[in-house]
Design a binder for this molecule. Structure first.
Ligand code: SDX
Length: 444
């Protein structure tokens, strides 16, 4: 049996502080180093636990496990704080634009004017898809879910861009990242066009990143699309809010896939697959389904009762978070700007928003949600806004994937460039059969 004994304090740093573990049977002591980051909880370095003590750790869902070190994003879940490279998400959402945030995530600093212009020009240069890719789209059923098409098309990029697959080459790594950030809007718009049976609209490099995406999505050859500043600004903000989020399930999937040396397009396709689930990025679509099913505030109690019932698999979609034990700051930004944005979009009254507010109010007063610190997360309000902009709900998670691509790519690059990087390989607690002799077929 083992117990944690003490946390002795000396100087701060990788090997300054320790926890001591005592093996009660042998009396042997083991010291585990405590590592401190620039912010957040310290972590215990268990990398020598097996070689020194013959132990692994058991942590289903990795809730207590730091899988890497990172300079990109910081979350304080208790306080409801989110920062990229030290900049608060609220300030970035209000004062920055998406491509600037992309540059920040990739390079660590906000760009100077010339750097911003050059980065924007580079991204615009890569917006088109290889012409052959249009035939790839055509292999899908028109009624396929857009995420099913997107995951396949992004994985297929590795079959088209052979000059950005060598992960040991820094130039190729950068080229792959620029290509993905640039091509995701084109892919997302083409996925949409394909599923509704309209012709693909080519990217226009005279437009900004968000404008170009809106134009490819909503214009048709016969008729242009009126680009409204309110829609552009609202979508830009949604993209910024979704750009990165530390070691969430899809980002960890990208890192794990990439840890084997897989090419970047394959890694991002793996991330998209992970994002699709309703417990993760698929929740924005699920929230709208839930609100529509609920229809009126008179049924809020019924849905809350179902969410609390352990026999019922239903959970309040858009509520709860592994890290936030407070309001998700991204939901704060979306909620506070919602009325203004809806009215700018020409929506004076949105019954689903009123319903969402009512549901939130009742849930936040309910003992079950209070005790478990369950608050609205980023997915709770985003779908209502996207719907008001004209996106069908099957596209919501596609938009999340589009915006998150920069985070995946930045985290993937950081991992490949980390000298301590090695293949991801968790262990297990085996609960199966002990050794036994093979039984010949006739004797079973
Ligand atoms: C995203 O990780 C990230 O950073 C993700 C993300 C990002 O930007 O990358 O922020 C994006 O994925 C947001 C989350 C979207 N998902 C949902 O909105 C789906 C609904 N929420 C949950 O299923 C859940 O809250 C999770 C998946 C988000 C978090 O799951 P955890 O951390 O494993 O929490 P848990 O399931 O252990 O919950 C703790 C308790 C449990 O009750 P008890 O067993 O202790 O009695 O809270 C309950 C849960 O049953 N609970 C809920 C609930 N969420 C948690 N009960 C009712 N409704 C809910 N939504």
């Amino acid at each position: 049996m083992y117990i944690m004994l003490d946390t002795s304090k000396s100087s701060v740093g990788q090997s300054g502080d320790f926890v001591t573990i005592i093996d009660e049977r042998s009396g042997k002591k083991f010291r585990l180093a405590i590592m401190r980051g620039t912010m957040g909880s310290p972590v215990v370095d268990i990398s020598r636990l097996q070689s020194e003590m013959g132990l692994y750790t058991y942590d289903p869902g990795y809730g207590m496990t730091g899988s890497c070190s990172s300079d990109i994003t910081f979350i304080d879940g208790e306080k409801g704080v989110l920062m990229h490279r030290g900049y608060d998400i609220g300030e970035l959402a209000e004062q920055s634009d998406y491509l600037e945030v992309c540059y920040l995530l990739l390079n660590g600093e906000l760009p100077a004017r010339a750097e911003k212009e050059s980065f924007t020009a580079t991204i615009k240069y890569h917006t088109m898809l290889h012409d052959q890719m249009q035939y790839f789209f055509r292999g899908f059923r028109r009624d396929a879910h857009p995420m099913a098409v997107m995951v396949a098309v992004v994985g297929a990029l590795s079959a088209f861009y052979h000059d950005s697959l060598d992960i040991q080459d820094e130039g190729q790594r950068k080229l792959a990242s620029y290509r993905m950030i640039a091509k995701m809007p084109t892919i997302a718009a083409q996925v949409y066009k394909y599923t509704i049976g309209q012709p693909f609209v080519s990217p226009r490099n005279d437009l900004g990143y968000v404008e170009n995406f809106l134009n490819m999505t909503f214009s048709v050859p016969a008729e242009g699309y009126r680009l409204r500043p309110a829609v552009i600004r609202a979508l830009e903000r949604i993209f910024i809010l979704h750009a990165d989020h530390e070691q969430n399930a899809s980002t960890s999937t990208v890192r794990l896939a990439g840890s084997s040396g897989a090419n970047p397009f394959a890694c991002i396709a793996a991330g998209i697959s992970s994002l699709w689930g309703p417990a993760h990025g698929g929740a924005n679509e699920a929230v709208l389904n839930m609100l529509e099913e609920m229809q009126s505030a008179s049924r809020v109690g019924e849905f809350i009762a179902r969410a609390k019932d352990k026999q019922d698999p239903f959970r309040l979609m858009g509520f709860g978070h592994r890290v936030y034990k407070n309001y998700d700051p991204r939901a704060t930004v979306l909620r506070s700007s919602m009325r203004e944005v809806l009215s700018e979009l020409g929506v004076e009254r949105e019954p689903l928003f009123e319903l969402a507010l009512e549901l939130e109010k009742i849930a936040l007063q309910d003992k079950y949600f209070v005790e478990r610190k369950l608050f609205p997360n980023v997915d709770y309000y985003s779908g209502i806004l996207l719907r008001a902009m004209g996106f069908p709900r099957s596209m919501f998670t596609v938009l999340f994937a589009l915006a998150r691509t920069v985070g995946w790519v930045a985290q993937w690059r950081e991992m490949v460039e980390d000298p301590l990087q090695r293949i991801g390989r968790p262990r297990q607690l085996y609960l199966g059969s002990p050794p036994r002799a093979f039984v010949p077929l006739d004797d079973r």
